[in-house]
Design a protein around this ligand. Structure first.
Ligand code: AMP
Ligand code: ZN
Length: 366
């Protein structure tokens, strides 16, 4: 069963775990760090339904609790799903809910005082210095800031999910479509004229974590992706593909100082910080036009990740899940990223990215 977390959006205190169908009252107090007298000590009663992926919120305090701008009202109850924002009182103290795949294991005192080897390895993968809690490590975004503001131990105030897709998917400005299961955002570093990402609200770390129960969700993601195409003004002249990267490049580095402990061992598919339960990647469907006419397409890795078998068609992923109950990534898939630059349309090899881009222009629709 998944675990429900209530995540503070402005003051990054540790997420609060809600157990399935166990009521929890929350309000002013040390747990939330809220000192505001307008917030009652028992402002809301929360109850998570981990099977169906939502929580119910009952307002107990006098001052208004609201969800996405709509006041709950004293004595009333509403449900809150991932993607919605719960403001504990007076449009302040925003929280979101998340459902993750696993139950956290409590850490022993010894573990707490000694970060794991794995954690050391993770933190030295980047620049090795403290910074905000989670850093993207793909080569798409600017590198993480190197130092903390002087005199501060605290992560930057950008929030708990400080960077990357997880922030973008929650950001209404980035969202181009959302429903109760998925959200669509524009890729921040588009590799073609049209490049969207369809992300499930539920945290699913990667293709490896997918099981038969996810088939319906994946079909829905594909349908939503198809809808994006139908609304695209250039759909009639561009070709599109919908698919997943076999191995996600989005990786995060957790520098939660006291909580550096990963679980899952081999591969990124199950890596999770036990302090914040942050999953180190989040499955996403690429919906991308095949012109590859974009300044963000900069290197061989970008090119090969969309034009070789590293890019797995959505329908193939669904078929594999239906047939085998899981998705198998062929051995040696990561080697595909090193292949020579070959035009995806006429298969001509090109020596460099600039030459390839010149060549691609010859295929562009007029
Ligand atoms: P991959 O993990 O390789 O399947 O791809 C991750 C995708 O996310 C890439 O296409 C990136 O350009 C895109 N991306 C990275 N950071 C962000 C962000 N903050 N918001 C939206 N898209 C992003
Ligand atoms: Zn060509």
């Amino acid at each position: 069963m998944s675990v429900c977390l209530l995540v503070s959006e402005d003051d990054p205190h540790k997420p609060i775990q809600l157990h399935h169908q166990q009521p929890v009252t929350l309000g002013r107090g040390p747990e939330t760090k809220i000192k505001d007298k307008k917030c009652s000590r028992e402002q809301v009663e929360l109850r998570a339904d981990c099977n169906r992926g939502f929580i119910t919120v009952k307002q107990l305090g006098v001052n208004p609790t609201n969800v996405d701008g709509v006041v709950v009202g004293k004595g009333n109850q509403v449900s809150v799903k991932p993607g919605q924002r719960l403001y504990l009182v007076n449009q302040q103290y925003p929280y979101t809910v998340r459902f993750t795949e696993d139950t956290p294991t409590p850490r022993s005192a010894a573990e707490k005082s000694k970060p794991s080897k794995r954690a050391h390895r993770m933190s030295s993968e980047g620049n090795g210095e403290k910074s905000s809690e989670h850093h993207r490590m793909s080569d798409d975004s600017p590198p993480p800031k190197k130092t903390l503001p002087s005199g501060s131990d605290k992560p930057e105030s950008a929030g708990h999910w400080s960077q990357g897709l997880k922030v973008s998917m929650q950001d209404p400005k980035m969202q181009v479509y959302k429903d109760d299961r998925v959200v669509v955002i524009k890729d921040k570093y588009p590799k073609a004229r049209y490049h969207w990402l369809v992300l499930p609200w539920d945290s699913i770390s990667s293709l490896k974590a997918l099981r038969s129960v996810h088939v319906e969700l994946l079909k829905h993601m594909q349908r939503v992706g198809d809808q994006m195409l139908q609304q695209c003004p250039d759909a009639h002249k561009l070709r599109f593909r919908l698919g997943y990267h076999a191995i996600p490049s989005m990786r995060y580095r957790c520098l939660h100082p006291d909580w550096l402990l990963m679980r899952g061992g081999r591969g990124l598919s199950r890596m999770q910080c036990l302090g914040c339960l942050f999953l180190f990647s989040h499955v996403h469907l690429h919906v991308i036009s095949q012109d590859f006419d974009s300044p963000c397409l900069k290197n061989k890795k970008h090119w090969n990740s969309f034009t070789t078998d590293y890019f797995v068609e959505s329908r193939d992923v669904i078929a594999m899940l239906e047939h085998d109950g899981k998705v198998t990534v062929k051995e040696g898939t990561s080697e595909l990223l090193k292949l020579p630059l070959r035009c995806h349309l006429c298969r001509q090899e090109q020596p460099t990215i600039p030459k390839l881009k010149e060549h691609l222009k010859t295929h562009l629709p007029s």
